[in-house]
Design a protein around this ligand. Structure first.
Ligand code: GLU
Length: 311
């Protein structure tokens, strides 16, 4: 019976940006979020993060979804597209501006670079437009007003993280100068709107998490549980990514890539090569352990030699 009762306390998601076909790094994120949700009898939703149309590759959304299906993933509910959610983001920004928690900024990148100190995420905004725009200047982007006090995260894989957001990041952008809403804002609004309780994703977003928690606090939203998986990188420590044209996973050979992704996440491997995708997913769901994932930010994908032992 248990199988048919959905655990409505767990709602996970996979949120790819359609910047290219699914590659090994995004397969790991899809698998981690999927297995964590399914092993808790939870739901798993898909959100296409196609906010920035300039980075979108034609046909990538379709390709990602088809590949997920060929790999045996199935999702709950309707797929959400961020490109159709701009009214919700605009309304959220308006609320912050009305509460004087966000402000227009006239600074160009060059002006910021001239004055800023560099932090974990690049230039820390020096606060030039915080008290209002200088005479004759026009707002280009919108920034949120950060405040003092640490943001504490307890990541289920990486452990505790404390960030002094005002000093380490500075007032950050929620609407870009090109008019697009920023990822940090959209992700918070959508995770809340979709009722997401657990976020499992790549460790490249670990240092973004305090900004997201900060925005959740401003909007009075609840905080999901976060788990950041080690990132698959190349030998130079560069993230394997769709934009960098790293080799996509082959939808015609799902089993090899699935076993590699499972091994990458330090999960127990099936004693023999599974005969079907169903068999793979049954094994992987039954043996899933978040605690087995190493608390490190990166793993070179070239260190994957696990398959030799399986053949
Ligand atoms: N869209 C992001 C990506 O493809 C993931 C965002 C998230 O999981 O919060 O890297």
């Amino acid at each position: 019976m248990k199988k048919f009762i959905k655990n409505h306390h767990y709602r996970g998601r996979f949120a790819p940006s359609p910047t290219g076909p699914l590659h090994f790094g995004s397969l790991v994120a899809a698998m981690g979020s999927y297995l964590d949700a399914r092993s808790c009898d939870g739901e798993w939703l898909i959100r296409i993060e196609d906010l920035d149309r300039t980075r979108e590759i034609n046909g990538a959304t379709q390709l990602i979804l088809e590949t997920l299906v060929k790999f045996g993933f199935w999702w709950d509910g309707e797929i959400i597209y961020q490109s159709r959610r701009t009214d919700a983001y605009a309304a959220a920004i308006e609320k912050l501006v009305n509460r004087h928690l966000a402000y227009p900024c006239a600074c160009t990148r060059k002006e910021i670079m001239e004055r800023a100190v560099t932090g974990v995420e690049g230039a820390i905004y020096p606060g030039t437009c915080r008290k209002g725009l200088a005479e004759g200047r026009e707002g280009r982007s919108i920034r949120v007003l950060t405040s003092e006090g640490p943001i504490n995260i307890s990541d289920a894989v990486q452990g505790p993280l404390i960030q002094q957001i005002d000093r380490e990041i500075g007032d950050f952008i929620i609407r870009r100068a090109d008019g697009y809403h920023a990822y940090q804002l959209a992700v918070v609004i959508d995770d809340a709107w979709q009722g997401i309780t657990h976020i499992v994703r790549g460790a490249d977003l670990l240092t973004s998490t305090p900004r997201q928690v900060f925005l959740q606090k401003l909007f009075g939203l609840s905080h999901p549980i976060y788990a950041h998986l080690p990132l698959a990188v190349d030998n130079q420590g560069r993230k394997l990514s769709k934009q960098h044209h790293d080799t996509p996973v082959d939808p015609k050979q799902p089993m090899d890539a699935l076993l590699q992704a499972l091994a990458f996440l330090h999960q127990p491997l099936p004693p023999q090569r599974p005969n079907s995708l169903d068999e793979f997913w049954r094994w992987a769901t039954a043996h899933w352990s978040l605690a087995a994932i190493p608390a490190i930010h990166q793993i070179p994908a070239s260190s994957l030699r696990y398959l030799n032992n399986l053949r």
